[in-house]
Design a protein around this ligand. Structure first.
Ligand code: ARG
Ligand code: ZN
Length: 839
């Protein structure tokens, strides 16, 4: 069944309070629910419930006769209900057998829940939809030391959540856990106990997450005026988790990968992700929990906004330009790819089969870009006023994108009707830039088109904020940043200038669009050396590198000195942030190059791309050869490891330099770094270099040292595949899945191997013999039986299939069609159908 946004209707009978009593048992948990119900329309109530055994059912204490209700696999329907009543049900479930990791399940002997989006119905019968908000009392009975739920603890194992919330924010945790505890006093004077609960043995890895939590709480008070609203904030780390983390009210549950960190086991990237995700989940307390979504079509209302907020936070905590470049790299790698293929959908989708398939880069990351554009269009003060109105007006409500935008229209007086197209029109707009200069006049023309996407053609022009500025050819800025609001299909600006300028356009990546702009090498070199906008400075270098790689692939063009000199100049410029230098030296990814070739009408060959990228890297290494050892030394970070951005930046540059050195010395420097590493960042950098250099011992050495550590071994599994020689990658991945420590029920481990191949080693995945496709399809079928969400997510690796040659297309579509012939979950069958273009 397809669900449509247009069909939204409020419930006729609602639930205002939920009283739960759970007697936990791995195979026979008893869930007693008492729902306070109130009629607000016709007297028919349809509750959701899936995989539940009914023990009893009563209204106002009277058992219900069979004629007054109807029970199916997914619903409980009650007829002729009174105006106000208490619905009592008792259900039996088996958390131990729940491998879908949705609802109540067990992970390493610990009970935990994941209810977003529609997992609550696997716990008990309820109106499992976000516009039904209720207060909760929860009592947990279990012979376990730690019993947690939402809200405040009123007695051991008894929790009261005074804030009305939808079912998807319900959570429960029970197990043998230990806490790291801290304290935070809000700006309103509320004393809050902060706990991070982990399995015994992991206590030494919680300090960074706790620090990030306190900084997030303070930041949300200062920047958005939002304070926390309970006396306790609990975070729990869980090993088996489908996603990154979950913002359950007062009880955030995290994939342990995004909480646990020590210098010895986590990389700088892990630390940065932990900081961002802790902030993200905490920020949901206002953008998501206090104000939630009316229906799942509005998912971007909470996710786009909360991603935007966590990106702002990370930019404030670290380097804003480096954060922006990283966010754009992610957006292009994941969201632009999604937008360019069969899975393209609007930021606010209009229909779905399985909502879990729409927790996408488009809803999250493009959704965040839309907020960023809104802020640019209404200005900082307008944005602050609109947010303030939103929090004041809608606190305690389940809202829509219309509610959100209305606050900004009222607060600023600006008409946002055209802006709203960003929520409904899918596809990455293409903005083409042309310019001319003559007789003292400079003309700049911008044209926009929005490409067709599945189910959408002939789109209207969007409002695109284009930040731009001008430099002169000597590199001085002659016109500082202005924002052009492109609202028509085409706009031309004309100025009087006494010399030809150098254009810096889409500064700060002011809109999620693709630029078509044949800027000259000279101008790009000027921008790379002098632009005042750090994003565009990086972007100029990236455009040069991409251009060189594409021409090398298509025309066998040699790597020219001008480009290599420009990269070397950035690499050696001590006036620049090392993190920025590392980003400038990194070459466009293989997938990025494949998409760019496709956009240019060339069929990409993953093997050729891989080889070209290696040669480009070797050319950069040759150019910098005499400087590399010195750079390694300059970027040393003496003293004990700290995850601070400044040290992380130096390590990032060192890692790039080490890769370059490895192309020259065959792994000598990497071996020395590996043996001497006192932190996981340096160790992983050296490890992956050594894998690529074919070091015969390093894989075993690493394994011998870390075999007892799940999170570290996930890195090992992934690196073994991602850094394998492409022709061997599929066999290595296959062999890894046969090991006893490959746990198909642990999504992190599964993603390490399958994602290590599909995302980490494109040339291996796209092996012309089709073995990569077969391997993925086999595993999708296996995983789909136990964990449909994870299977569906991994299937997106096939989404770019129409880019490739006829042979590869035939192999992929055959693999997908074979899958389609099998009994599949709703999740995976929707994905396979959409990828094939048959639904
Ligand atoms: N709301 C969570 C977050 O963004 C994501 C949970 C999604 N889970 C799911 N099963 N779809 O932090
Ligand atoms: Zn979120």
């Amino acid at each position: 069944t397809v669900i449509h946004l247009a069909d939204y209707a409020p419930v006729p009978v609602t639930v205002t309070h939920v009283d739960l009593h759970l007697r936990l048992d791995p195979l026979a948990t008893e869930v007693s629910a008492r729902l306070t119900c109130r009629r607000q329309g016709p007297g028919v109530m349809v509750l959701n419930g899936e995989g539940l055994d009914m023990v009893s059912l009563a209204i106002d204490g009277v058992p219900l006769e069979a004629s007054r209700y109807m029970l199916t696999d997914t619903t409980l329907t009650l007829h002729d209900v009174p105006d106000a009543f208490l619905l009592e049900t008792v259900a039996r479930i088996a958390p131990q057998e729940n491998k879908a990791l949705e609802g109540l399940y067990m992970s390493n002997g610990m009970y935990c829940t994941q209810c977003e989006a529609e997992g609550f119905r696997k716990i008990t019968w309820m109106l499992d939809r976000p516009d039904v908000m209720a207060t909760y009392d929860v009592e947990i009975e279990a012979d376990l030391p730690v019993l947690l739920s939402n809200g405040d603890e009123v007695a051991p194992g008894k929790w009261h959540d005074p804030w009305p919330k939808p079912t998807y924010l319900f959570a429960l945790v029970a197990g043998n856990l230990v806490a790291t505890t801290d304290q935070f006093t809000t700006c309103e004077g509320r004393a809050v106990t902060l706990n991070i609960w982990v399995r015994p043995g992991d206590e030494g890895r919680t300090a960074y997450a706790m620090d990030a939590l306190k900084r997030s709480m303070a930041w949300d008070e200062t920047v958005y005026g939002r304070a926390y609203d309970l006396s306790v904030f609990n975070i729990v780390a869980v090993d088996d988790f489908n996603m990154g983390a979950m913002e359950n009210k007062g009880l955030n549950i995290f994939n342990s990968k995004y909480v646990l960190a020590s210098p010895d086991t986590a990389t700088d990237t892990d630390f940065a992700l932990i900081e961002g995700i802790v902030a993200h989940e905490y920020f949901h307390n206002w953008t998501g929990n206090r104000i939630t979504c009316r229906d799942w079509f509005q998912l971007c209302l909470k996710e786009g906004l909360t991603v935007f907020r966590d990106q702002q936070f990370s930019a404030d905590m670290r380097s804003a330009p480096v954060q922006r470049i990283g966010d754009v790299l992610q957006l292009r790698a994941r969201q632009f790819r999604e937008d360019a293929g069969p899975l393209a959908h609007p930021v606010r989708p209009e229909s779905f089969v399985e909502i879990n398939n729409f927790y996408t880069a488009t809803v999250y990351e493009k959704g965040a870009e839309v907020i960023g554009m809104l802020r640019r269009l209404v200005g900082d003060a307008g944005y602050a006023a609109g947010c303030a109105l939103y929090f004041e007006r809608h606190d305690g409500q389940a809202c829509t994108i219309e509610d959100w935008l209305a606050c900004f229209e009222e607060a600023t007086g600006r008409d946002l009707s055209q802006f709203k197209l960003w929520y409904s029109q899918a596809g990455t707009p293409l903005v083409s830039v042309t310019e001319s200069y003559g007789d003292g006049t400079y003309r700049l023309t911008l044209r926009q088109t929005v490409p067709d996407t599945p189910g959408q053609t002939d789109k209207a022009p969007m409002v695109i904020p284009v930040a731009w500025g001008l430099l002169n050819t000597a590199g001085d800025e002659v016109r500082p940043t202005e924002v052009l609001e492109l609202t028509e299909a085409e706009t031309t600006l004309t100025f009087d200038l006494d010399a030809r300028p150098v254009l810096s356009v889409l500064r700060g990546f002011s809109a999620p669009v693709r630029l078509e702009y044949q800027q000259s090498d000279t101008d790009r070199l000027t921008l790379l050396a002098h632009d005042t906008d750090p994003f565009n400075r990086w972007e100029a270098g990236r455009a040069l590198s991409k251009d060189r790689l594409l021409r090398h692939i298509t025309e066998d063009a040699p790597f020219d000195a001008a480009w290599l000199d420009a990269l070397a100049a950035v690499a050696l410029n001590d006036g620049l942030d090392p993190a920025f230098r590392a980003l400038a030296l990194a070459l466009p990814s293989e997938d990025d190059l494949a998409q760019s070739l496709h956009d240019a009408g060339v069929v990409p060959d993953p093997t050729a791309i891989h080889a070209a990228r290696k040669r480009a890297f070797a050319a950069v290494a040759d150019r910098l050869a005499t400087d590399l050892p010195r750079l390694m030394d300059d970027m040393a970070t003496p003293g004990p490891y700290t995850p601070e951005a400044s040290d992380a930046g130096k390590r990032a540059l060192r890692a790039v330099v080490l890769r370059l050195l490895t192309t020259q010395d065959g792994g000598g420097a990497a071996r020395a770094t590996y043996d001497g590493a006192d932190n996981m960042t340096d160790r992983m950098a050296a490890f992956t270099c050594l894998l690529e250099a074919g070091d015969p011992n390093v894989a075993d050495q690493f394994e011998a040292q870390w075999s007892d550590d799940r999170l570290v071994m996930d890195k090992w599994f992934m690196a073994r595949v991602a850094h394998a020689e492409p022709t061997r990658a599929v066999q290595i991945a296959r062999d890894l899945t046969a090991r006893p420590d490959f746990d198909a029920n642990n999504p992190n481990r599964v993603r390490s191997v399958l994602g290590g191949l599909t995302a980490g080693n494109p040339a291996g995945f796209h092996n012309p013999d089709g073995s990569g496709y077969e391997f993925l399809a086999e595993w999708l079928l296996i995983l789909d039986k136990s964990n449909p969400q994870t299977a569906a997510r991994l299937s997106t690796a096939f989404d770019a299939w129409r880019r490739y040659d006829a042979d590869r297309q035939a192999l992929i579509s055959a693999a997908l069609t074979r899958l389609q012939g099998q009994p599949l979950s709703r999740d995976l069958s929707e994905m396979v159908g959409r990828i094939l273009g048959s639904s």
